[in-house]
Design a protein around this ligand. Structure first.
Ligand code: BTN
Length: 331
């Protein structure tokens, strides 16, 4: 049997046995359902074990599924994923330079809306403002989603906020009350950055060709996984919760939530999300400095308006800002 066919058989075998974990399926039954022989089933089982699925084999009773590995593979991410569009096509890689770069290439090649690109590791993960996104193997979630909204390019920045909101809701389900959004799109838990969003737009005149929504989440990084310069300002879910988190499950929850928020944004803009965005904001009420290009503005953050702009009360009156880097002024 060729490698490809064996892989397909392993996937089909997995689909059957994981329906009833810890329940043995006899070789006879599996051979009949998969229209193949006993030796092929054993080979497929070996392959699954090599992919770190935990299975048990008893010659008399058959094969049972015990647990799946927490690897970001398309099989695992797609398994029982309840979305309608996002994640119908998943490309999962071991190591890439940047999932955003790869997703952009795929989008240019015609990949459909909702295509998801993930990697276990990024060697050149990109953050906002030309920074790097530290992306060590096997610990975080690095994911990019291709969207093709029909609205005008001016509305694209709102997608970052929508994504931040979806992510905040999901992170809140792990750490209730502790999650905040640092405008425009950093996710903080107890004041430390746990996730970031890099939204990149490709548009022609007044039509969006695609938007790549890139999300990096620090999930199972331990203290030693952070470079010195990030150790104080960044954290991970594991550091906060003192336990490992299943990345596949977290990613699935996020994709589902994102699909809902995205649909709401397409129909109503930020109208419905606005109050939640304000409630989750880490900045409102604080004196802040915002760097936008070459300009620097200081004032009190008083609002996030219905278009997702940060509103500052400055000595020259109220100013609404679309993008920038914010620091809270202490004292
Ligand atoms: C930031 O906070 O500066 C944004 C970080 C965004 C990182 C993610 S990881 C997946 C995707 N691919 C990238 O190269 N960057 C984004």
């Amino acid at each position: 049997m060729t490698g490809d066919r064996l892989e397909r058989l392993a996937d089909e075998l997995l689909l059957i046995i994981r329906q009833k974990p810890r329940t043995p399926f006899t070789h006879k039954l599996l051979a009949r359902r998969l229209k193949t022989g006993r030796d092929e089933i054993d080979a497929a089982m070996k392959l699954l074990a090599g992919w770190d699925y935990r299975l048990t084999l008893s010659n008399r009773r058959g094969i049972s599924f015990i647990t799946a590995p927490d690897y970001l593979t398309s099989t695992e991410i797609g398994y029982r994923l309840k979305t309608a569009r996002i994640g119908k096509s998943i490309h999962a890689f071991k190591s890439v330079k940047s999932t955003n770069d790869l997703a952009a290439l795929m989008a240019e090649g015609g990949a459909p809306e909702g295509t998801v690109v993930t990697a276990e590791e990024q060697t050149r993960g990109r953050g906002r403002l030309g920074r790097n996104w530290h992306s060590p193997a096997g610990t975080g979630i690095y994911v990019s989603i291709i969207l093709r909204p029909k609205f005008k390019p001016e509305r694209a920045p709102g997608l970052s906020i929508v994504t931040a909101l979806a992510l905040a809701d999901v992170l809140n389900s792990y750490c209730p009350e502790d999650v905040q959004i640092k405008w425009p799109n950093d996710l903080l838990i107890r004041g430390r950055k746990v996730a970031g969003i890099l939204t990149e737009l490709s548009a022609e005149r007044d039509r969006i060709s695609h938007v790549i929504v890139g999300v990096g989440i620090n999930v199972n990084q331990g203290v030693g996984n952070f470079p010195d310069e990030l150790r104080q300002s960044a954290s991970s879910l594991r550091r906060v919760l003192k336990r490992k988190i299943n990345r596949v499950e977290l990613l699935q929850r996020f994709l589902l939530r994102l699909e809902k928020e995205y649909a709401a944004y397409r129909s109503h803009g930020l109208k419905k999300a606005h109050a939640r965005v304000k409630k989750l904001s880490s900045l409102l009420g604080n004196k802040v400095t915002v760097k936008t290009g070459t300009k620097r503005l200081t004032g009190r953050a008083v609002d996030i308006d219905k278009d997702g702009r940060l509103v500052l009360e400055t000595d020259d009156g109220r100013i609404a800002i679309t993008a920038g880097e914010v620091t809270v002024v202490k004292g």
